[in-house]
Design a protein around this ligand. Structure first.
Ligand code: ATP
Ligand code: MG
Length: 481
């Protein structure tokens, strides 16, 4: 039996199938082809391919459908998407679902070989599939997601959150969508003396009224049609720990009254129950709406507002704490490069500038999504504007030396590594001059970055212009040829 790696090609276009078949057969692969999802799954069942290359649109389903099916059946088989430029977002979606990589159509043999080779390598060294790894990392991170940022305003909120974490007083976290309200709620829990107890979150906007009530307070068997057994509500489940009432502004008025009673009495009435159940929970509520306005409009009870708002925590929007932008961007870049096994590449200066100038209406979540997408899409040695935005913001055009590296201080800075060839002592042990150290560092940075002045300047924490001037100076004084 042949030991050549088996590759399954799935595409409804015969020309593409033949083209890829010939391309890969020439490289001694064992190639099979299918024209639709059904046929592909039969082949997957019969001959367990090592790699699957699939088109996005087939007659009986999509490449994503096939991906999900394969991931269910053979989770470690790398699936590579064939995609046109117009479907790049679908490719990103596919990568999130665990696709190994994607290749742009029309397929170029070099690109196909490179991706296939890489997929085989990752299979050989027995890497767990990306989906599983990413899912694990994501769920792992969910528990103790770090709060990233060094702005004064974020730091103030953190200090306050830590200070009040162990009190029983209700905390109301407000802020625009994506500012990190849930992250903060989890932080409060982890910093409290209830950290070993449960943390239970309930999104009050996600459920229809009837269901929300039974989710919050629980129900007895037979309390309503469909209540085939008794069920604990979230308050009971959170007993001994913290409950996050997320999007509290969406709770309908009549439930607001019940909620107020629970907060005051510290006991819940299960639906259909006769005895109240005592609960011991720390309540954290969050909202992206202005509850005061809602009180004025009559859509939120004033007494409940006061009961919730004992300790207000206001998360400022990202555009009002610009100094968090570089650190967050770098954090997400490193996180997703790690999750998706991508090389850690720097942001170009125009990207840094655009990030600092952006309004971030979707706040940190928007940035997180944008960086994840870019990590999956970027094909160049550094991140360019088009990796993030289809419509490039106008204010970002201009020369690449406007952003002071001091502003974007999250970019790798030039602390000389321990094995740095930069010498601060002369052979006789005396210190060499500062000028000399500076020159060595500059030359070292240029060597490290293959003479890319933009990258070298960033490494050194100086502007490209300063770097240019220094080189000019060295040349004039004969220190550089
Ligand atoms: N300071 C931060 N450091 C690290 N990650 C953050 C930070 N703030 C937010 N995030 C991340 O951004 C995303 C959105 O955060 P979160 O869900 O807490 O926002 P939210 O304010 O609850 O949003 P929404 O109002 O839409 O529910 C999450 O993935 C979260 O991990
Ligand atoms: Mg939230």
């Amino acid at each position: 039996m042949s030991t050549a790696p088996k590759i399954l090609i799935v595409d409804d276009d015969q020309t593409v199938r033949i083209n890829l078949f010939e391309m890969l057969s020439r490289k001694q692969f064992h190639v099979m082809a299918a024209e639709n999802v059904t046929m592909a799954m039969e082949m997957v069942g019969e001959s367990a391919p090592d790699i699957v290359l699939t088109d996005l649109k087939m007659t009986d389903g999509t490449g994503l459908d096939l991906l999900k099916k394969i991931k269910f059946k053979l989770p470690t088989v790398p699936v590579i998407l064939l995609t046109g430029h117009a479907s790049v977002d679908t490719a990103v979606e596919a990568m999130r679902l665990g696709a190994h990589d994607y290749v742009l159509k029309p397929v170029q043999s070099d690109a196909v070989f490179a991706v296939v080779e890489q997929a085989l390598q990752s299979r050989k060294i027995g890497k767990v599939s990306r989906t599983l790894r990413a899912a694990r990392q994501k769920s792992g991170m969910k528990k103790d997601k770090p709060i990233i940022g060094n702005s004064e305003s974020l730091r103030k909120v953190m200090i306050r959150a830590k200070k009040v974490a162990s009190s029983k007083a209700t905390i109301l976290v407000s802020g625009e969508s994506g500012t990190g309200k849930e992250v903060f709620a989890r932080y409060i829990h982890s910093e409290s003396d209830r950290a070993n107890g449960p943390f239970v979150a309930l999104n009050c906007a996600a459920l229809p009224e009837g269901l929300l009530e039974s989710e919050l307070f629980g129900h007895e068997k037979g309390a309503f049609t469909g209540a085939v057994s008794a069920k604990k509500g979230k308050f009971e489940l959170a007993s001994g720990g913290t409950i996050l009432l997320d999007e509290i502004g969406e709770v309908p008025l009549h439930l607001q009254a019940k909620l107020l009673r629970v907060l005051q009495e510290e006991e819940v009435d299960r639906l259909g129950g006769s005895e109240p159940v005592v609960v011991d929970v720390h309540v954290v509520a969050s909202t992206n709406r202005n509850l005061k306005d809602m009180v004025a409009e009559g859509t939120f009870r004033q007494d409940l507002f006061y009961r919730l708002n004992v300790i207000p925590l206001l998360l400022p929007p990202l555009r009002e704490r610009k100094s968090d932008i570089p650190v967050l961007a770098q954090y997400f870049l490193e996180k997703f490069s790690r999750i998706y096994d991508r090389e850690l590449k720097p942001f170009s200066e125009s990207v840094q500038r655009a990030f600092l100038a952006d309004n971030w209406t979707g706040n940190v979540r928007e940035m997180e999504n944008l960086v994840e997408r870019a990590v999956l899409l970027c094909q160049t040695p550094n991140y360019q504007l088009e990796d993030f935005w289809d419509d490039i913001p106008e204010e970002s055009s201009g020369t690449d030396s406007v952003v002071s590296p001091l502003v974007w201080h999250a970019s790798p800075v030039a602390a000389p590594a321990e094995d740095s060839p930069v010498k601060i002592h002369a052979d006789d042990g005396s210190l060499v001059s500062l000028k000399n150290v500076e020159r060595q560092m500059i030359l070292h940075a240029l060597e490290k970055t293959d003479n890319n002045r933009t990258h070298a300047a960033k490494m050194l924490g100086i502007s490209v212009r300063t770097l240019r001037n220094k080189l000019h100076e060295y040349r004039n004084s004969g220190l550089l040829v």
